[in-house]
Ligand binder design. Structure first.
Ligand SMILES: Nc1nc2[nH]cnc2c(=O)[nH]1
Length: 455
């Protein structure tokens, strides 16, 4: 019987579909040696009592306490790891000024590996403590520091997808922070891909190299084309920023005479393993191209409020068949929490639907059909993230990785407002999504291994 790595008894919430939550009340979850959910048994199953009697005294059996719940670990589809060191600052500037006055000078500091180690270890620990089990990271232009980030994810047990940033355009990047030239940028990227693939051979939860042109404005055509070829050659994930703000969108339109989506496609940078951040200014043709190529959007609602001059029409793009996940966009989003971003995704969508200028009549104020529910925001943070990355993560279901956060609603000093011992479980789920703090996240597991515990 007990040839499983871990066995859990508890109540779990997971997405059944973008709009619907599956509630697995008092299920048994059997996790195999690879850290994958092998079997889930409901209390009304004929074998349940027998299975429970057999395993309940085993060392690897975990019975959740009253008030504890299992949620899938969150998947953060857009993190600038070096920017953790400026999180919460300079959010009043326009994007271009923010990049040149704050962000590039900070990112240049990661030539110093001891500075990088200090920040990256703190960030990976902080994200785990916030329930984030998988993160898609931009590092910096430095090959060594980018590798260090991949090693820290590997060591701490987080599933990290890491990109060495490429920025070789001499007009758009300052001399102190850019790739030496396009040839060096491509060579460094290929060396980085091979080094991460080698590291991945001994990492249970996986660590992945990501081809990462910062965005079209910071890259030459030559490097963009070369990066598309490298991604195809090594079958890697790809990430970049796409049609984020008025300035960035217009810049690409003037340079390429087309929207980012079609320009990226021409360079071979859209694929089933491509995830593009923001995408606020996609039109329906761009979105159809995303759907056709399998390219996903990482929706960063807090960052968009500060820098994107608009709200992502997430409901419209989802209806057009585009995969969508959620991103904190550290540091442009000002928080390490996907809970915060799920709440903002709902709030922003309501503002888009209703409109925001009270001087306008209600019927001309907003964009009907734009709202999303918290169920959909949760889907973006979990199952949608897994689909975007084409990995079996983000759901509590057979054959998915045991990547979970165990939330305690009764913890002292962070008790959630639950006063009825028979409270409806769906209401408890909603209270969790709106009220959880890191203090409530008692354990985090990735690929069947415990990687964070708060006592
Ligand atoms: N939000 C955001 N947008 C960008 N566009 C290019 N670089 C960045 C970045 O670091 N953050």
């Amino acid at each position: 019987m007990n040839n499983h790595s871990e066995i859990f008894l508890g109540t779990a919430f997971s997405s059944r579909s973008p709009k619907e939550i599956a509630i697995c009340k008092d299920y048994l979850f059997f996790i195999n040696a690879e850290g994958v959910i092998e079997r889930m048994v409901a209390p009304d199953h004929a074998e349940y009592q027998q299975l429970l009697r057999t395993c309940e005294n085993a060392e690897n059996f975990h019975r959740l306490a009253d008030g504890q719940y299992i949620l899938p670990g969150f998947i953060d589809l857009h993190v600038h790891a070096p920017q953790w060191a400026q999180s919460g600052t300079a959010l009043d500037l326009p994007l271009y000024d923010w990049l040149h006055e704050y962000t590039f000078p900070l990112e240049a500091k990661y030539a110093d590996l001891s500075f990088a180690k200090n920040v990256y270890e703190d960030l990976v620990g902080t994200l785990l403590a916030n329930g984030t089990t998988t993160a898609l990271y931009f590092a910096t232009i430095h090959k060594e520091a980018s590798m260090l980030l991949a090693e820290i994810c590997a060591e701490r047990g987080q599933r990290g997808l890491v990109g060495k940033v490429v920025a070789d355009d001499t007009e758009q990047n300052p001399p102190y922070y850019r790739d030496a030239d396009s040839k060096t940028a491509l060579e460094d990227t290929e060396a980085f891909i091979l080094a991460v693939k080698k590291l991945a051979k001994k990492v249970k939860q996986g660590v992945y190299p990501v081809v990462t042109p910062r965005f079209i404005p910071s890259c030459t055509d030559e490097v963009l084309k070369g990066l598309g070829e490298l991604a195809a050659k090594h079958n890697t994930h790809i990430q970049s920023h796409c049609s984020e703000s008025d300035w960035a969108h217009q810049h690409v339109l003037e340079r390429c005479d087309k929207h980012d989506a079609f320009a990226l496609h021409d360079f071979g940078l859209l694929s089933d393993k491509a995830i593009m951040a923001h995408c606020n200014f996609l039109d329906n043709e761009d979105a159809a191209l995303f759907a056709e190529t399998g390219t996903a959007i990482s929706h960063c609602p807090l960052s968009n409020a500060y820098f994107a001059n608009s709200v992502l029409p997430a409901a419209r793009f989802k209806a057009l068949g585009v995969d969508i996940g959620l991103g904190t966009d550290i540091s442009a989003g000002g928080t390490a929490s996907l809970y915060d971003n799920a709440k903002q995704a709902v709030a922003s969508s309501r503002m888009l639907e209703d409109g925001v200028d009270p001087a306008l009549p209600a019927e001309r104020r907003g964009v009907p059909g734009s709202r999303i529910t918290m169920n959909e925001a949760f889907y973006f943070a979990t199952a949608g993230g897994g689909e975007s990355l084409s990995l079996p993560i983000g759901r509590i279901e057979k054959n998915y990785a045991w990547d979970v956060q165990i939330v305690d609603t009764k913890v002292k000093n962070a008790k959630l407002p639950i006063f009825d011992s028979n409270e409806d479980l769906y209401d408890i789920f909603q209270k969790i999504m709106y009220n959880v703090r890191p203090e409530n996240i008692r354990q985090v597991w990735v690929q069947g291994e415990k990687v964070h515990e708060r006592n």
